[in-house]
Design a protein around this ligand. Sequence first.
Ligand SMILES: [Zn+2]
Length: 147
Amino acid sequence: MQRVVVCSNCQAKNRVDEARLANSEAKCGQCGQKLDLKPAVITDRTFEREVLATQGTPVLVDCWAPWCGPCRIIGPVMDQLAAESQGQYRIAKLNVDDNPQVASRFQISSIPTMLIFKDGQLIDRLVGVQPKQAIAERLQVASRFAA
Ligand SMILES: [Zn+2]
């Protein structure tokens, strides 16, 4: 099965094989960015490059931990939002236990916390379990935000 995936970096439409997508092997034919329908997993080390360096599209970072019950409710919502993004935004996940630098830099005191960045700035923050529609609306607002 093939499906069309819009690149979050250059907005090019790519026709890709679903099996390759599932294995995170698909790359954009135009710019080479990885095409992924799953949230990107980021760390203290990759945060700068994967989140702050992203221009034009908002990046939502779901800050979570394996022991956190409510985070397990948000997880599938993040998967759905990532699959439906159409290149309008990016969804990323950060394990706060393994990545204390980002967690302390943005004063994450309870999880799940969702941070929304645009053009290298933190512009919105959602704390606790939220309905998918509410998160999607905040992403829409973020995509119109101009610094
Ligand atoms: Zn691209």
